[in-house]
Ligand binder design. Structure first.
Ligand SMILES: O=C(O)CCC(=O)C(=O)O
Length: 294
């Protein structure tokens, strides 16, 4: 907002509609970034003393998820914090207001609600990577106006495991995340190989945000550096998009209106997708590791 009036970003909206993603600088204020990183440092310190994933989200699964094969006191491998906005004022403040959200409401608005929030970390030496996938088959809704916003908590560089995206893929087909009857949460090895030849890396300074359409194909490699790469990731939906599968990261904030108002209207578009499997483990890293077993 500027002087109480929304800033019009026609060029950005058109760019987003064409590419399915964009990186917005200074999406967070300095004080928002500082507050998020202060909570995050505390959580990383706390993770050192834990030998398995810990804490609890609404459905009883752990809130703090460790990459157990590499985690140790000296080299913590905390890789996911689920729904941190339930326990952190800094996270909740960002969920409710930031410059990227202004843009989401110009793209899908005016009425926008919160769907999920999480922090993905790639701490040095953790080896954490994300296989190529689209988010939409994890979160099918009555229409496709679903946005994943990834706020950079660190500078994101070509070397520290940036998000990699396939421009324009949000206008293409939905690819199966089921293989041999297993919901792996990743596309097949053939599709993945093709994606790797076309991927664009999303880099930028801490405080930037990448807005990504839920149907955009994306993944990310491991962090090869000695500094962390952390993202606060919030998914927003148009208020008239109704979920067709259970929220895989249920929280008390599911459905909270963050822009505009509740209308009670359902808007539907026509498409087909296989329903996802409700994840037993809290993070998709475990889901995606099933790919090795196939
Ligand atoms: O943490 C990352 O690099 C990727 C995040 C991602 O793929 C997602 O949130 O769907």
């Amino acid at each position: 907002m500027e002087n109480g009036k929304p800033i019009k970003n026609t060029n950005l909206v058109e760019k987003f509609q064409k590419d399915g993603f964009l990186v917005l600088e200074n999406a967070l204020t300095d004080s928002q970034l500082l507050a998020l990183n202060s909570d995050l440092s505390m959580w990383v310190e706390e993770s050192r003393g834990n030998e398995k994933s810990y804490g609890k989200i609404m459905d009883g699964r752990p809130r703090f998820d460790l990459q157990l094969d590499t985690h140790s006191f000296d080299n913590p491998a905390l890789r996911r914090i689920t729904s941190p906005a339930e326990i952190s004022k800094a996270c909740l403040d960002v969920v409710k207001d930031n410059k990227a959200l202004d843009l989401v409401s110009e793209i899908f608005g005016p009425n926008i609600k919160h769907w999920t929030n999480k922090i993905n970390l790639k701490l040095p030496g953790s080896g954490t990577e994300v296989k190529f996938h689209q988010d939409f088959p994890y979160e099918p809704h009555s229409n496709e106006d679903i946005m994943t916003v990834l706020y950079f908590l660190d500078d994101v560089t070509l070397e520290n495991g940036p998000l990699e995206v396939i421009a324009g893929s949000h206008n293409g087909p939905l690819y199966s995340l089921w293989h041999d009857g297993v919901f792996t949460g990743a596309v097949s090895a053939e599709i993945e190989a093709e994606c790797k030849t076309k991927a664009i890396s999303c880099v930028g300074k801490a405080g930037s945000a990448c807005l990504m359409h839920s149907k955009l194909m994306h993944g990310s490699k491991s962090n090869k550096t000695q500094s962390a790469r952390s993202l606060f990731i919030v998914s927003y939906t148009a208020e008239d998009a109704v979920n067709l599968a259970e929220n895989p990261l249920p929280s008390e904030l599911d459905g909270m209106i963050v822009r505009g108002k509740k209308t009670g209207i359902v808007r539907s578009t026509s498409y087909s997708v296989e329903l996802p499997e409700y994840p037993q483990e809290v993070s998709f890293f475990d889901q995606q590791s099933k790919m090795k077993d196939i």
